[in-house]
Design a protein around this ligand. Sequence first.
Ligand code: NDP
Length: 293
Amino acid sequence: PMSAKIIDGKAYANGLASKITAAVPSFNTATGRLPGLAVVLVGSDPASEIYVRSKVLKTRELGMRSFEHILPSDTKQEDLLRLVTDLNADDAVDGILVQLPLPKHLDENAVVSAIDPSKDVDGLHPENAGRLTAGLSGLISCTPLGCLMLLQAQLGDLSGLDAIVVGRSILVGKPMAALLLRANCTVTIAHSRTRNLPDKVRQADIVVAAVGQAEMIKGDWIKPGATVIDVGTTRVERGGKKKLVGDVEFEAAMQTAAAITPVPGGVGPMTIMTLMHNTVVAAHRRSRLAVPQ
Ligand code: NDP
């Protein structure tokens, strides 16, 4: 039986990390400062705390400045908006990341829209989402950007390939589809109301799964030779052990796909590194320096 290549997201992220650590000193020489990322966490959601901590550590590890703002869960909307306004005005801050989800009483859309689009390293501001669809330069949502990098590393030019994105969230599905379209793929966007999903997946040279339902995409839906990017992460218990699984039935898909990302170790490590990449990009653009390739 065939066996797909496992796309090593960790290794690719390490390669991206070397480029970032190389770009930081020259940025420092040109500007007299370091690229800076501000992370804002409201409340004490355990998963969010872990994400924020790893972002802070990675920022420092790559030689950049990290600014952390940990606010109590009863923070008022106006106080959060004031913090965002202050960070917008702070020249030492190139990137602003407000960890989502926010506590229920806060308006996420209003907070994200308050971020200066040139510092919106999560790519979630409507201006950056619009720029991506309009074909203008902007900051691109980290997870889809990481998926695109993995696809291009695997396949080179994506022109003319049939791609399906399963999931249409603002965070992953929609920007992923826009990026694939920009890369000249023919793109299908599937979601919970899609009919005959298996048949649609069977047509695709590229499958990006961003649903969040354990192994819902079956191995025999995968076209022979397809490249599979599995964004989904679901915690399950198997044989008494806690385990993280993707949206794709991994072992079965290995039999038909040409290449596939594992969960964990595929998209996850790329997501944090593209955040670092976006911070470097934002820093260079804000200082009118050429963005290192
Ligand atoms: P959302 O819950 O916001 O979106 C899920 C999407 O899947 C929706 O568009 C939904 O459709 C669609 N969907 C749900 N059920 C089905 C179904 N049966 N068939 C087809 N489509 C379906 O999730 P996110 O986009 O934020 O995240 C998706 C997954 O990716 C999650 O598991 C998340 O944890 C993971 N993730 C991983 C990251 C990483 O770095 N590894 C980063 C970000 C996310 P509809 O719109 O119709 O409701």
